[in-house]
Design a binder for this molecule. Structure first.
Ligand code: SAM
Ligand code: SF4
Length: 323
C-alpha cells in the first residue's frame, strides 16, 4: 500500500470530476468568482485508468467531488466504472444536491455506496443567501429520497459560519433526531480567494463540542479508515453529529487520502504548494507505472498543512479540488 515518510498509508482517493459549479457559495466562490476548466476534464477512459492504478496501489475508497460533480453528464458511467474496478469497495459522492432528488436512483443503480450532501443552513432564506440558490426544500426532499431508497451512508456537510449558522445548533440537532444521517460541521478553511470572508466568519468547532457535551452527546470511538471527523452520538437521536476541525492539533496525523483534480493534477495535500501532473500516465492502462509515480511523489508529502500560518498553498478555492 502507498505510504509516506511518516508511515501514513493511503487507501482513499478523492477525485474531482469538474471545476464547474452551478452554486456560488459565499465561502467557496466569494464575489461570484468562478473556476472553470471544462475543456480539460479527464475523460471516462482516463478516469478508468486512474482508478485502476490507485486500486493497484491499495486504494479501496473513491469519493467523486468537484466543483459540482453532478454537472458531468457521464456521472453514472463514471460511478459504474469506478465501482467495477477490482479492489474498490466504496464509491462516494459529494454534491450540493442540485440533482439529488431527480437522479439518486440512477446513481444507486450505477453502484454508488455513500453520499455527502452539503447543506449549510436549514432555513430556506439563509440557504439562498449562502449558496445563491433557492433550493433548500428540493435538496431536503432529495435527502429523504436517498434514505427511503435504502442508502445507508448519508452525510450532511455543514460549513460553520459565524453569521449564517453559528447560532443554529438546535435546528440541526432537531434535523438528525429521527434521521439516520451523520451531520458534520466543517470549520471554514481559509483559501486564496476568501481571506476577508474567513476573518469575519470562521468559527471554531470547539464551541459546538462544548454545547454537545453539555447536552449529553458522547464522542464515539473512531472507526477504522474513518476520516478526521470527531463523531458524537446521543441515545435520543437517530443521527449523529460530526466535527471536522482542520485548525486543531493532530488533524493531519492520520491522513489517509490523496486528491486528483479534474485535469489530472495530484494534490498531495489540500493546501499543497505544488501539484504533480499525472495525466500523461492515463493515456494507457498501465497501473504499475501509476503506482510507481504515486509512491515516488509520496516521499514529498508534507506532514501537515500550514493553515495556522494562513498559508493556503496554491488553493484559491475548494471548488478547484473538492475539499
Ligand atoms: N459542490 C459539491 C458540494 O458543495 O458538496 C462538492 C465540492 S465542495 C468544494 C466540497 C465540500 O467543501 C462542501 O461540503 C463545501 O461546503 C466544502 N467547502 C468548500 N469551501 C470550503 C471552505 N473554504 N472551508 C470549508 N469547507 C469548504
Ligand atoms: Fe459549488 Fe460546492 Fe463550492 Fe458551493 S461548496 S460553490 S456547491 S463547489
Amino acid at each position: 500500500m502507498l505510504q509516506d515518510p511518516f508511515e501514513r498509508r493511503f487507501s482513499y482517493l478523492r477525485l474531482s470530476l469538474t471545476e464547474s459549479c452551478n452554486f456560488r457559495c459565499n465561502y467557496c466562490l466569494p464575489n461570484g468568482s468562478s473556476c472553470d476548466n471544462k475543456a480539460a476534464e479527464l475523460t471516462l477512459l482516463e478516469i478508468q485508468h486512474l482508478v485502476r492504478g490507485f486500486a493497484a496501489a491499495g486504494t479501496t475508497k473513491v469519493r467523486l467531488t468537484g466543483g459540482e460533480p453532478t454537472l458531468r453528464r457521464d456521472l453514472c458511467d463514471i460511478i459504474r466504472t469506478v465501482r467495477q474496478t477490482a479492489g474498490i469497495r466504496e464509491v462516494a459522492l459529494t454534491t450540493n444536491g442540485y440533482r439529488l432528488n431527480k437522479d439518486i436512483q440512477h446513481w444507486l443503480d450505477a453502484g454508488l455506496t455513500a453520499l455527502n450532501v452539503s447543506i449549510d443552513s436549514l432555513d430556506a432564506d439563509t440557504f439562498h443567501l449562502v449558496t445563491g440558490q433557492d433550493r433548500l426544500a428540493d435538496i431536503l426532499a432529495g435527502v429523504e429520497r436517498a434514505l427511503a431508497l435504502g442508502l445507508g451512508k448519508v452525510k450532511i456537510n455543514t460549513v460553520l459560519l459565524r453569521q449564517y449558522n453559528g447560532q443554529s445548533l438546535e435546528t440541526f440537532l432537531d434535523f438528525v433526531r429521527d434521521k439516520p444521517v451523520s451531520l458534520r460541521f466543517i470549520e471554514l478553511m481559509q483559501t486564496g480567494d476568501n481571506g476577508s470572508f474567513f476573518e469575519a466568519q470562521h468559527l471554531s468547532g470547539s464551541s459546538i463540542i462544548q454545547q454537545l457535551t453539555a447536552a449529553g452527546w458522547q464522542l464515539m470511538p473512531r472507526q477504522h479508515n474513518a476520516g478526521p471527523a470527531l463523531e458524537y452520538a446521543h441515545p435520543e437521536y437517530l443521527g449523529t453529529i460530526g466535527l471536522i476541525m482542520p485548525y486543531s492539533a493532530h488533524f493531519c496525523d492520520d491522513c489517509n487520502r490523496l486528491r486528483v483534480s479534474s485535469t489530472g493534477q495530484l494534490f498531495l495535500c489540500l493546501f499543497a504548494e505544488q501539484h504533480q501532473n499525472l495525466r500523461h500516465l492515463l493515456a494507457e492502462d498501465n497501473p504499475p507505472a501509476l503506482v510507481a509515480f504515486l509512491q515516488a511523489q509520496l516521499q514529498f508529502k508534507p506532514f501537515s498543512h500550514q493553515l495556522a500560518n494562513a498559508n493556503t498553498g496554491q488553493t484559491r478555492q475548494l471548488a478547484m479540488i473538492g475539499g
